[in-house]
Design a protein around this ligand. Sequence first.
Ligand code: FES
Length: 106
Amino acid sequence: MSEVRRLFVCTNQKSGVGEDVAKALKKELKIQGLKKLLTGGEKQRVRVQTCNCLDLCKQCKKGAGAALIVYPEGTAYGNVRPGDATEIVAEHLGRGHVIKRLRIDH
Ligand code: FES
C-alpha cells in the first residue's frame, strides 16, 4: 500500500510568499523526481497543499517567509522562502534529514 506524505504550506501572509513556496516545492519535486518516493521499501506519494494558518504565525508573518509542516512526521519549518525548496525536497524528502536552520518547535 502506498502512503501519502503531505507538506502543508501556510498562505496567510499578505506578501503571498506561501503560494510561491508551494509552487517552488511542487516544481522541485518534479525536477528531482521525488513526487513518488521509495523509502524503506514503501512507496510514498508526496503532496504539497496550501492552507490558511498553521498556528505558527510568529515564524510566518513576521519574517519574509512562510511556515510549513511535513506530515506524517510533523516536522515544522519557519520563515521558508521559495529558494529553500530545493534543499527541503533534496534533504528532508530525499534523504530524510531535518534542516536545522529552518526547523521550529511547535
Ligand atoms: S499566518 Fe502562517 S501560520 Fe499563522
